[in-house]
Design a protein around this ligand. Structure first.
Ligand SMILES: Cc1cc2nc3c(=O)[nH]c(=O)nc-3n(C[C@H](O)[C@H](O)[C@H](O)COP(=O)(O)O)c2cc1C
Length: 148
């Protein structure tokens, strides 16, 4: 099996009703499943969301990314899944996270605006590099905040 690492970046439209605790519960379930499955096949990455859409970066071997993305695409908790990037990488940027949740903190709203992930965002403005870089930066900022 090839050891070459790849990065996959996509965005999608949220289809989970955002009322009461249902949205939170659904996100918790997605994260729990993702962390369990991704740990098993050495996939790492990060997920960002708001009421309107998800953005996700996945890193790992090609065959593991393809199998994971196949399942993700068939999940009706989101739709219009759009692949932004699938490219070979030298090393992982999310090596410590089987699936990090970015921007769970309310104070991150302004950072979300910078990539148009607030409501009314236009996905055609996003590209894979941009989404990947912002997720990585936000995650490091959150870690620094939590460490204070
Ligand atoms: C936005 C979003 C992101 C997801 N990310 C992952 C992921 O990184 N890894 C994963 O295995 N499943 C992920 N899922 C869940 C899959 O769509 C699917 O439900 C799950 O992989 C099925 O796992 P199971 O066969 O072990 O029940 C995601 C779902 C959504 C809606």
């Amino acid at each position: 099996m090839s050891k070459q690492l790849y990065r996959l970046v996509y965005y999608s439209r949220n289809r989970i009703a955002k009322d009461g605790n249902d949205f939170r519960t659904a996100i918790e379930q997605i994260l729990a499943t993702s962390r369990e499955n991704n740990s098993r096949c050495d996939v790492t990455g990060a997920l960002i969301f708001n009421a309107g859409c998800f953005g996700q970066v996945l890193e790992g071997r090609l065959e593991d990314l393809e199998a994971t993305f196949e399942r993700i695409q068939q999940d009706d908790r989101h739709g219009d899944v759009s692949l932004l990037a699938m490219e070979p990488i030298e090393h992982r940027h999310f090596a410590r996270w089987s699936m990090a949740l970015v921007s769970a903190l309310p104070s991150d709203d302004s950072a979300l605006t910078s990539i148009g992930l607030q409501s009314g965002f236009d996905p055609s403005n996003l590209n894979g590099d941009e989404l990947h870089s912002v997720l990585h930066r936000l995650l490091l900022e959150e870690e620094a905040l939590l460490a204070q």
